[in-house]
Design a protein around this ligand. Sequence first.
Ligand SMILES: [Zn+2]
Length: 474
Amino acid sequence: MSAQGIDRRTVLKAAAAFAATGLTSCLPLAQSGGRSLPARGEFVIRGATVLTVDAAIGDFARGDVHVKDGVIIAVGPKLEAPGASVIDAGGMICMPGFVDTHWHLWTSALRSVVRIDDAKRGYFPVTNALGRHYTPEDSYRNVRLGLAEGLSAGATTVHNWAHNIRSPAHADAELRAMRDMGVRGRLAYGTPQGGPDDQPMDLEGLAKIQREWMPNDGMLTLGICSRNVGDSTNVLRGNISVDIARKDWGGARALGVPITMHTSGPSPIKFLEESNLLGPDVQLVHPLLTTAEERQILRKRGVSYSISPTGESRRSAQVGVIQLGELLAAGVKVSISIDHTSGYACDYFQCMRILYSLQLHRFGAKAPLTSKRLVQMATLDGAVDLGIAERTGSLTPGKRADIILVRTTDINMTPLSEPYEALVTFAQPRNIDTVIADGRILRRAGEFTALDHAQVLAQGAESAAALRSRANWS
Ligand SMILES: [Zn+2]
């Protein structure tokens, strides 16, 4: 019997056991649903246009990548790899997987509820109202659903911005979903939606999760996502005093875990600096309203900034524009993120395209931005932001094998132009043929190799419907 068959049987058994309890308001457990990951093996990717995103190695118009037991062994033309199975990558671009540095995976199934054209049913009202009804099972299913889309779009690393951790069991469920899907990533442990802002976060729960999950095989790391400090313009995000921030951030630092925080609204950077809170373990999100002085503070403190081009470019210019050019000029670390997928689809090519267009629109020839720089931003720079660049982000021998193959023979990609330009100007997620994370071939020929994709989708939809019902959301 296939592993997927066993999974289904387990789920059905769990469903039957649950039904016998007479309860109807929660979902049967699906937590064994995605655990059948393919084994790591030895293979060589042959005949691709190889973009290593490693300046010391450079690129190959026609080259190979040799992978064994999850590690990149060698990169170059006509590699000797006796005994390795061969992936024919003729007509494909071989590059590092995308590194997403900020994604609220727990909201993934709510795309069926969130409306972009009705403010009362927008992202924040929906996630706040339904978020209060999440069981760990809902967290598991939503994270798994989001990661299925992320892998389809070429993300092999995701920073899971989990700002609805209602208990350590919810954090455990989100980590299990990440592990079961085979991605690399960080769980940023947050506070529950609707929780009190005058109380510190659950630092004991954070410590418990750290004890139980860290260290692991290097795939998953832990951080915290902070409620906003010094910005009360969106109460649904949570807004804490500097005293509470000192407790939360200090507690995280005592455990050695990094911190991330949204900054849309009035910029809190000077205030954070004056409160001695900034350091290289801090990532901020949404660079829209920074001043020149603040950008110097960020550079000096080693703070990174995650840009979410799809969502940020939809906001009114009155709340600021994406300050990519300013941040790069100031030497601030930047990376790319999708933010969430309840209002749009996951597409890192589109993210790069938006940033390219916006930079040209704002600065013209004064601050040119190359396609190559954008591909680096979506891969290696994300790994730098998350502090894992020694493990991933480029096709460097010795790093773990997080690799995607992009078909250039599809109608929207052919004839192939300069490969970086093709990626930024023409590519779409449907061109991604193969996705490899830590040496596991998770997708091949545009399909999952082991995941029961239909089950993941169905159970995500089931979770959204049940949440809507429990929250009496019409
Ligand atoms: Zn966000």
